[in-house]
Design a binder for this molecule. Structure first.
Ligand SMILES: [Zn+2]
Length: 242
C-alpha cells in the first residue's frame, strides 16, 4: 500500500494527564487596589484541579488537565489594572508579564473593563500567531472568597481556562446543528443566568446544560464538564499547545 493511501486515524487517548504550569500575574491599581493574597491564588488553583478532575459532582467528567502553581508576580500599574479588553493596555500588560510557552497558563488578575467583566481568555488556535497575548484574565473579585458573589467560588477561572483549552460556550451555536461542537452537551439557545432548573430552550433532546462550566450560571450552579468536552480539550491541546 502506498504511503498516500494510508488514511490513519489520530491516536486515541494520549497521556492520561497533561500537567499545566500556572503563572499568576497580579496587577494592581493605586492604593493597593486589586491586591490578592497567595492563599486565594492557591485556592484558585485547587478549584481548577477539582473542576478539571471531575471532583465537583458525581456526574462530572474528569479531563486530563492538572494544574501546578509555579509562580506569582505582582505589578502596580493603574492603566493595566483597569484595562479595556482588546486595548493597547491589555497588549502592553501581557507583553510585559507573559512567561513560558504555549503549554503555560498565564493567569492575570485585574479589573478589566468596560462594565463588569468577570473574565476573558484566548483560544488555543491563536497562540501561534500571538504567543505573548495568550492567557486568561479574571477579575480578582471572582477568586475564591472574593466579593463578586454569586461569582466568587473561582469558577470564572475554570470557565475561562475551558476557553483557553478550546471549549466554546454551551450556547455557542444556539439550537443549530453544531452548537458547541460537543455532542454530549444539550443544545441551548441563549446563555442561562442564575440557576434555572429545568430550563429548555431548544427542541433537541435534553434540558439546557445549566450545570456546565461553559454556561453563564452562578458559580454554585456550575459544576461539570462532559466527556465530549474533555475529548475536545485534549485534542485542541495536542493540536495547538504541544
Ligand atoms: Zn465564556
Amino acid at each position: 500500500m502506498s504511503a498516500q493511501a494510508v488514511r490513519q486515524l489520530p491516536a486515541r487517548g494520549g497521556p492520561r494527564f497533561i500537567n499545566i504550569d500556572v503563572y499568576v500575574h497580579v496587577v494592581k491599581g493605586n492604593d493597593n487596589n486589586g491586591a490578592v493574597r497567595n492563599r486565594a491564588l492557591r485556592k484558585q488553583v485547587d478549584v481548577l484541579n477539582d473542576s478539571f478532575a471531575g471532583r465537583t459532582a458525581p456526574n462530572a467528567h474528569s479531563t486530563p488537565f492538572r494544574f501546578r502553581l509555579r509562580g506569582i508576580d505582582r505589578t502596580t500599574n493603574p492603566a493595566w489594572y483597569r484595562h479595556v479588553v482588546g486595548s493597547k493596555s491589555e497588549k502592553n500588560m501581557k507583553r510585559a508579564l507573559h512567561v513560558g510557552d504555549a503549554r503555560t497558563l498565564n493567569l492575570y488578575t485585574a479589573k478589566p473593563r468596560p462594565g463588569i467583566i468577570l473574565g476573558y481568555a484566548t483560544f488555543p488556535w491563536d497562540v501561534d500567531n500571538k504567543p505573548l497575548q495568550d492567557g486568561v484574565v479574571v477579575t480578582r473579585e471572582s477568586l475564591p472568597g472574593g466579593s463578586a458573589d454569586p461569582y466568587a467560588k473561582g469558577d470564572t477561572a475554570t470557565h475561562e481556562v475551558g476557553h483557553w483549552l478550546g471549549l466554546y460556550h454551551t450556547f455557542q451555536g444556539g439550537c443549530g446543528v453544531k452548537n458547541d461542537y460537543v455532542t454530549d452537551t444539550a443544545k441551548e439557545q441563549t446563555p442561562a443566568g442564575g440557576c434555572p432548573q429545568g430550563r429548555d430552550t431548544c427542541p433537541a433532546a435534553g434540558n439546557d446544560p445549566i450545570h456546565n462550566f461553559m454556561d453563564y450560571t452562578y458559580d454554585r450552579c456550575m459544576y461539570k464538564f462532559t466527556k465530549g468536552q474533555a475529548n475536545r480539550a485534549r485534542l485542541a491541546f495536542q493540536a495547538f499547545r504541544n
